[in-house]
Ligand binder design. Structure first.
Ligand SMILES: Nc1ncnc2c1ncn2[C@@H]1O[C@H](COP(=O)(O)OP(=O)(O)OP(=O)(O)O)[C@@H](O)[C@H]1O
Ligand SMILES: [Mg+2]
Length: 273
């Protein structure tokens, strides 16, 4: 095992050889910006399987990503990425926190074109909502739970990666472009399995490949990254939302969660058929 580079809530990133890292899943579910955590036996294996299936599918469709190859049941190797501290969210349907910012939207409404939103990765600040002002070229940070007019927190002159790379408007456009492509690919795959992709969250990073620094999809895309509803029916949700809605976790709830994560891992295997 290599040196630990970072340990997060649900993954450990270890040093590997050749500019790569080993991304190891933990059997943990987390919510409320990490304030609530649940250990669920098997979740690491199902999350890793799901992510590997998704990244393999995306590679076939020429989506640039940090993913390299699956290592074992709970880990995969990836290019070490200089991560962009932004969560990019794509929504096909009005749901979740979006409704707090846009109370005028009716829950469950399909958008004519998917909505793309940015959130600053900062648990302390509760992952605030971001708007990039193209005229001033500044970022506006807003409360994710209030309409934009009421939620202004502060201006940010710049957003940078850990290594100091500035997120400029070209990077923003590139992220939106990749995020939309990924979303359409996954929506279509889920549709074949009679599953509705409601929304999904992605992260990006810069990697060094073939002598160049390029922006790629990074982190993971697993059952904690999206909302999916079997038969388009909210009652039949299969993703982490089930856990978000639980106040306490009974043994029956644990079984239901396990069943769901396993179901999703197995379903995503069909993406590669
Ligand atoms: N290929 C990669 N190279 C380097 N770092 C990565 C890579 N993929 C993911 N990471 C980073 O690994 C860290 C650990 O992941 P994890 O998701 O467990 O963190 P977290 O506790 O959720 O924190 P965060 O809110 O930053 O995601 C994250 O900061 C993530 O951005
Ligand atoms: Mg994370």
């Amino acid at each position: 095992m290599g040196r630990i580079i970072v340990e997060g809530k649900t993954k450990i990133i270890e040093e590997d050889v050749g500019g790569k890292v080993r991304v190891v899943s933990k059997p943990v579910l987390s919510k409320g910006d990490g304030k609530v955590r649940l250990t669920l036996e098997g979740k690491d294996r199902w999350a890793n399987r799901t992510t590997c299936n998704v990244f393999k599918l995306l590679a076939k469709q020429n989506i640039p990503s940090a993913f390299w190859e699956q290592i074992d049941e709970v880990s995969f190797s990836a290019y070490e990425a200089d991560m962009v501290p932004i969560e990019v969210v794509v929504r096909f349907i009005a749901f979740g926190s979006r409704l707090k910012r846009h109370p005028e939207e009716k829950e469950g409404t399909f958008y004519e074109w998917p909505v793309v939103e940015f959130f600053y990765k900062d648990d302390e600040e509760g992952d605030p909502f971001l708007i990039f002002d193209l005229i001033s070229r500044k970022w506006l940070m807003l409360d994710a739970k209030k309409p934009p007019k009421e939620g202004f927190i502060r201006e940010m002159p710049q957003i940078k990666t850990k290594k100091g790379r500035i997120i400029d408007h070209e990077t923003i456009i590139e992220m939106v472009d990749i995020a939309e492509k990924v979303s359409f690919i996954l929506r279509d795959e889920w549709e074949k399995l009679k599953v509705l992709l409601v929304d999904l969250k992605m992260e990006f990073g810069f990697i060094f490949k073939h002598g160049k620094i390029i922006l790629v999809l990074a982190d993971v895309l697993d059952n904690d990254s999206w909302r999916i509803w079997l038969m388009g029916d909210k009652i039949q949700m299969k993703d982490k939302e089930v856990f978000r809605l639980l106040k306490e976790v009974t043994p029956e709830d644990r079984n239901k969660l396990k069943e769901n994560y396993q179901w999703v891992a197995e379903a995503t295997e069909k993406f590669l058929a």
